[in-house]
Design a protein around this ligand. Structure first.
Ligand code: CDT
Length: 308
């Protein structure tokens, strides 16, 4: 048995004027809760330090940059690293990254239990648009404020397991899990901010959106025989509802733990990494069963090419 007790730290809404220090205090409370329940790894949502600012149209680059972190750990996040080190708990959280070269990414990091950063992922699939869209009920400007991640989908060995990360919209793309699956991933950690309503289809209800979210994470887990920990932000943020729905999924695709609220809530589960072995050695033994000669379109083509 290779058990890792994992805390999925769902966060409620973060309002636009909520200072980073106050958000970090909330994260610290979740961390304490998880450590008290025996967790050695706590995963927080996408952009966990701020409101989901890509819903706002901004033209002033200084204003845009004010939502980004120039260093992590930095002034605001240091208490989180210090407490995680003292508790001997690894953490993974999302934030907006501004590099010394002036590049902007939607990023998630992973630490070891001594609070050293051991992994970094930059979101590849940026949803939304880059210009103001009057047709939408609200904006989703990730393509304006971030560039696509440049690190691919690496995995890392930590706590005796093989771990990888992706962020929000990435979870809807099967290629993401498969690229990590091809590196033997046993735990995929991801955070998300998903609106409860579709800005382009008023009639779509939250039930359908939660279903799609669960569908992609359970399928990704099963098809790659990996644990998936999906951690949401929820609640009404700046007047916009986020759908919550944090889950922990086992390597058979079953949801083994889930959040009950749309606020700050700790969801803990003891995840046995050995539970990945059977699927990886049998039906999803990639070396034996994959037929890459038929998969060329996956990497050579983006859009659909219809038959004549
Ligand atoms: N943050 C994020 O990636 N959210 C998207 C919503 C896309 S709607 C333009 C998601 O896939 O959940």
């Amino acid at each position: 048995m290779r058990e890792i007790v994992i805390g999925a730290a769902q966060m409620g809404a973060i309002q636009r004027d909520e200072p980073r220090a106050q958000v970090v205090d909330r994260m610290l409370a979740l961390l304490e809760d998880a450590a008290g329940q025996g967790a050695t790894l706590v995963v927080f949502p996408e952009l966990s330090l701020t409101t989901f600012f890509p819903r706002w149209w901004m033209e002033d680059q200084a204003e845009v940059d004010s939502w980004f972190e120039r260093e992590v750990p930095g002034e605001a996040t240091r208490p989180l690293f210090d407490r995680a080190r003292a508790l001997h708990v690894a953490i993974s959280f999302g934030y907006a990254e501004l590099t010394p070269e002036g590049r902007h990414f939607n990023t998630q990091i992973l630490t070891d239990r001594e609070a050293n950063v051991v992994g970094k992922y930059r979101k590849v699939h940026l949803p939304g648009h880059d210009e103001y869209d009057q047709e939408r009920a609200f904006q989703h400007l990730e393509k304006r404020y971030f560039e696509p991640g440049d690190l691919g989908f690496p995995v890392w060995r930590s706590q005796g397991a093989i771990m990888g990360m992706c962020i929000c919209n990435d979870r809807r793309w099967p290629e993401v899990y498969r690229v990590m699956g091809l590196q033997g991933v046993e735990l995929v950690m991801l955070g998300y901010n998903t609106p409860s309503v579709n800005s382009q289809m008023k009639a779509e209800d939250e039930t359908k959106r939660l279903y799609h979210s669960e569908l992609v994470m359970t399928a990704g887990a099963y098809q790659n025989a990996t644990w998936v920990v999906g951690v949401a932000k929820g609640g009404i943020e700046d007047g916009h509802p986020l759908m919550a729905g944090t889950i922990i999924v086992d390597p058979n695709g079953f949801v083994v733990a889930r959040a009950r609220t749309d606020g700050d809530e700790m969801v803990v589960h003891a995840c046995d990494m050995d539970a990945c072995d059977f699927g990886k050695k049998t039906i999803f033994d990639f070396a034996r069963h994959r037929r890459v000669e038929h998969y060329k379109r996956i990497t050579e083509q983006t859009g659909v090419i219809l038959p004549e």
